[in-house]
Design a protein around this ligand. Structure first.
Ligand code: 2PG
Ligand code: MG
Length: 428
């Protein structure tokens, strides 16, 4: 057994140049774990709360209070605990915080410490984190969802839909899936430059498009898949994160870029046509975080041929997943550790998905760093899909590259991707 000797935190910087919390856990054996909390921009109202300093400095985003919460409260509280007892460690942090949303000590502080403990435990066991988590279970690499165009809260003034993503479900290995998406990404960039529509890249590295409409971005993505020499719908399909909470107000969905507004029925009609006209396999947050009726209608109408993901809708919260899935809303759940704040609660959310027959996708946030924990969680926990943003910027590439290293360790002997994924595409 090995025990926690110290837990310290420091402020570091994320991919948007904003401060975030890094935690460092040291064991009596000398083993060490390090992890950094990510940060969202299109956050759900039900997420665990970050602790930020407020005030003028750094637009109020400083994390000195969260760092102090680690150094003065969480560290002393965890000192001496058995590092293999992740559930106990996380429970101790939750009770030290004492709030339902982790707002006293901060979900940024608690997430960083929880993940750093997990890394320390894997180091102590002498195993890569994914192997430490998987035990003797068979594992394989997840199928990626990779952003090609970014919009919404990640590219202000662009289109309203947040993520236009490529899903390379026809690839035979993780390495091949990345190579295919690289071709699509570069083909998309080339086409945008040729048309004079490139505005650089959005928060997650996807191109920041100047399209006249949201549908225009979908058309451009289909063309980019073709230009890359790949077959839309057979090799590479499309996923959308509508992030619709961002433009829902007073019962209507408002698309500023097109000066249009939709009621629930009209929005569902539009989605239904898109699914007919384009090779779309997955749609996330198609209705707003509390629009249970909209999500139920969407799942009822399209759930047999489409992955319908709840992100802000579920906020990685096990009781909320159980309740809302029981009402027939969504058939898959986005899993983001910092939405709920600890490794154990993230695991509970995943177990709830499995018990209810829901799909799951481990996801990064729009504000990220070099931290690669989520790749290990996805592989080690056997989650079939991974969403990390685009195919540019090192906070994203660090994760894709970590997946390549893990695939090499595994020897690529396993079937890829997970065979049940998007089965209707393979058989069409
Ligand atoms: C999402 C994420 C990642 P954010 O909505 O799925 O794309 O965005 O981290 O801003 O919530
Ligand atoms: Mg989302």
């Amino acid at each position: 057994m090995s025990f926690i000797e110290s837990v310290r935190a420091r402020a570091v910087w994320d991919s948007r140049g904003c401060p975030t919390v890094e935690a460092e856990v040291r064991l009596d054996s000398g083993a060490r774990g390090l992890a950094i909390a990510p940060a969202g921009a299109s956050t759900g109202a039900g997420e665990a709360r970050e602790l930020r300093d407020g005030g003028e400095r750094l637009k109020g985003l400083g994390v000195d209070r969260a760092v102090r919460a680690v150094n003065e409260v969480l560290g002393p509280c965890l000192q001496g605990m058995d590092i293999t007892d992740q559930v106990g460690i996380d429970a101790a942090m939750c009770s030290a915080d004492g709030t339902a949303d982790k707002s006293r000590l901060g979900a940024n502080a608690i997430t960083a410490v929880s993940l750093a403990c997990l890394w320390a435990a894997s180091r102590q066991a002498g195993l890569p984190l994914w192997r430490h988590l998987s035990g003797t279970n068979e594992v394989r690499l997840p199928l990626p969802q990779i952003q090609i165009f970014g919009g919404g809260a990640h590219a202000k003034g662009s289109v309203d839909v947040q993520d236009f993503l490529a899903v390379p479900h026809g690839a035979k290995s993780f390495a091949q899936s990345l190579e295919w998406v690289a071709e699509v990404y570069h083909a998309a960039g080339k086409a945008l430059s040729a048309q004079g529509k490139s505005l650089g890249v959005a928060d997650e590295g996807g191109f920041w498009p100047q399209f006249g409409s949201n549908e225009g971005a979908i058309e451009a993505l289909v063309k980019a898949i073709e230009a890359a020499g790949l077959r839309p719908g057979r090799d590479v399909s499309i996923a959308l994160d509508l992030a619709s909470t961002q433009y829902f107000a007073e019962g209507f969905y408002h698309w500023r870029s097109e000066n249009r507004r939709f009621d629930k029925d009209q929005l569902l009609q539009l989605y239904t046509r898109w699914v007919q006209d384009y090779p779309i396999v997955s749609m996330e947050d198609g209705f707003a975080e509390d629009d249970i009726e909209g999500m139920q209608a969407m799942t009822h109408a399209l759930g047999h041929k489409l992955q319908i993901i709840g992100d802000d809708f579920f906020v990685t919260n096990a009781p909320r997943i159980a309740e809302r899935a029981g009402q027939g809303a969504c058939n898959a759940v986005l899993i983001k550790p910092n939405q709920v704040g600890t490794v154990s609660e993230t695991r509970q959310a995943l177990e709830t998905c499995r018990a209810r027959g829901l799909g799951s996708i481990v996801s990064a946030r729009s504000g990220e760093t070099e931290d690669v924990s989520i790749v290990h969680l996805a592989v080690g926990w056997g989650v079939a899909q991974l969403k990390v943003g685009s195919f540019a910027r090192s906070e994203r590439m660090a994760k894709w590259n970590e997946g390549l290293r893990i695939e090499e360790d595994l020897g690529r002997a396993l079937p890829y991707p997970h065979p049940h994924l998007f089965a209707w595409q393979h058989s069409s």
